[in-house]
Design a protein around this ligand. Structure first.
Ligand SMILES: Cc1cc2nc3c(=O)[nH]c(=O)nc-3n(C[C@H](O)[C@H](O)[C@H](O)COP(=O)(O)OP(=O)(O)OC[C@H]3O[C@@H](n4cnc5c(N)ncnc54)[C@H](O)[C@@H]3O)c2cc1C
Length: 463
């Protein structure tokens, strides 16, 4: 290891590495402080060629690497435990935006917010949207197959990446930055790297698909009595308009926590309701989204699907509504440790999941508080379990695995997934073996062995 470290330092020069504890500290702890780690060296290559040289040097000596982008991952896969930490911080160029092909080529270390800006500057839009967009990078989004609030309309990263450039575990560069919607030439290597969580190589750049900007947009928050009512509203919205940009669910506790902990937030509805839905409609017809929203809410009131609703009257108000949804995790963090479950079930089974999980948890862990929110239009619920009010937070944290087993067994029985969008990382890899088909796991292990026989890429993550 010492020999490789000295060679890496010599090759990259002073701007390309650090061992300074102060600079390393924020890279070695996860956002919610659930995982912390250590590394003998962080390398910060400036281009794809340097990434390839780093990986080749490590591969020749069997030294393991953990890639890291914005360190916003929620399953611990980016935190090294003694591996070389490879930061994509200097792979930060937008190489090209092409409004005719509707594509952009961006390097792995470009943040999602910067990618949004670059697309907008060229009169286009990259639709993936999530609360960590100021820090999450394109490399991390690709490697975790990130989802977010616009999956209902555009799909996750798997649907939005047209091409990739990556360094494979032996140090070879794969030049796959295609910009094709159609390329039916056998196995698709990029789809293995998407969601690969850094185990099959280092993503260095991606071709992303762009869309035309909207001519109209309407955002509303509606109060509903139950998740079943929320789904009926979703069905109605689908029938009325093909332009649902987002359809998000929040429970009353989640909204209360945001109002309590995030300064400046206020409830847009006059009376509390058990559940809330944030709906965004957006389209290319001037005034179309606003008119569709009005008609949708009118019909929903008539059918008694919603108890109350408020439509944002300005961009600032739309942003304030979205802040209530996007502030859910940050507000909840102030309440102490929660058992986090990022799960999905078929959309139609969301109400059954929420009701049954609620009952089973109340029975097994009396007094726990459930904070459920998320992308209900995709069947993806962030089902978080907080300690009882004034309960012992440390004792609650210790029972996390018992709670997860109960929730995951229920999810599996409903035909769902124990990781809807955050990936497996180090948090859920063992748990995933319990639920995934054994034949599938064996095939995935064989693919990994073929590409990384020394298992140097993110060795503690995935199968
Ligand atoms: C407040 C908040 C809200 C969030 N909301 C959502 C959401 O709605 N939907 C969602 O899907 N996720 C969400 N996330 C999770 C997170 O933002 C995503 O997983 C994001 O894709 C991670 O990007 P990153 O650059 O921070 O990656 P990191 O955290 O640095 O890394 C994540 C994983 O990718 C690997 N990796 C990183 N870069 C590369 C690369 N260039 N090549 C190979 N492997 C690499 C790492 O080794 C690690 O396994 C949220 C996180 C936070 C903190």
């Amino acid at each position: 290891m010492d020999d490789v470290i000295e060679r890496l330092k010599a090759r990259l020069g002073p701007a390309g590495w650090t061992q300074d504890p102060e600079l390393l500290a924020p890279k070695l702890v996860e956002w919610r402080e659930r995982w912390s780690g250590h590394t003998p060296l962080m390398v910060v290559p400036r281009d794809t060629k340097e990434v390839a040289e780093v990986v080749a040097m490590c591969a020749q000596s069997g030294v393991a690497i953990t890639p890291q982008g914005g360190n916003t991952g929620l399953v611990g896969g980016q935190i090294p435990q003694g591996e070389i930490l490879l930061s994509t911080g200097r792979l930060n160029r937008v190489r090209e935006v092409d409004p005719v092909d509707d594509t952009m080529v961006v390097e792995a270390g470009v943040t999602l917010a910067a990618a949004h800006e670059a697309a907008l500057a060229a009169g286009r839009r990259f639709p993936l949207s999530l609360a960590s967009e100021g820090s999450a990078t394109v490399g991390g989004l690709v490697s975790t197959n990130a989802g977010g609030t616009a999956v209902l309309r555009y799909g996750p990263m798997r649907s939005l990446v047209l091409g990739l450039e990556a360094v494979l575990p032996d140090g070879r560069i794969w030049h796959g930055l295609k910009r094709l919607r159609k390329d039916n030439t056998g196995y698709d290597l990029k789809q293995l790297l998407i969601g690969g969580e850094g185990t099959l190589g280092v993503v260095t750049a991606a071709t992303l698909e762009l869309f035309a900007p909207f001519a109209s947009r309407a955002v509303a928050i509606a109060g509903v009595a139950s998740p079943a009512a929320a789904l009926e509203l979703l069905t109605l919205a689908k029938e009325r308009t093909g332009e649902i940009e987002a359809f998000e669910l929040m429970c009353a506790l989640g909204l209360r926590l945001v109002l309590a902990h995030l300064p400046g937030s206020r409830d847009p509805l006059s009376t509390p309701t058990p559940w809330y839905v944030l709906v965004e409609l957006a389209g290319g017809r001037p005034g179309g989204a606003e008119a569709d929203m009005e008609s949708l809410l009118e019909t929903a009131f008539e059918k008694e699907l919603i108890l109350d609703a408020a439509v944002a009257q300005s961009e600032a108000q739309s942003a304030a509504f979205w802040a209530l949804r996007e502030g859910q995790s940050a507000a909840q963090k102030q309440e102490g440790p929660a058992w986090k479950h990022d799960v999905s079930v078929p959309v139609s089974r969301v109400p059954e999941f929420l009701e049954t999980a609620d009952l089973r948890l109340a029975d097994a862990f009396p007094g726990v508080r459930i904070d459920a929110f998320g992308h209900v239009g995709d069947g993806n619920i962030h089902f978080d379990v907080l300690a009882p009010e004034r309960g012992d937070a440390a004792a609650h944290a210790e029972r996390r695995n018992e709670g997860a087993r109960l929730v995951h067994d229920l999810v599996a029985s409903l035909g769902g997934s124990i990781s809807a969008e955050h990936g497996l990382g180090v948090m859920k890899t063992a748990e995933a073996r319990r639920y995934k088909d054994a034949t599938e796991v064996a095939a995935l292990e064989a693919i990994r062995r073929a590409l990384d026989p020394l298992r140097i890429m993110n060795p503690r993550v995935l199968f």
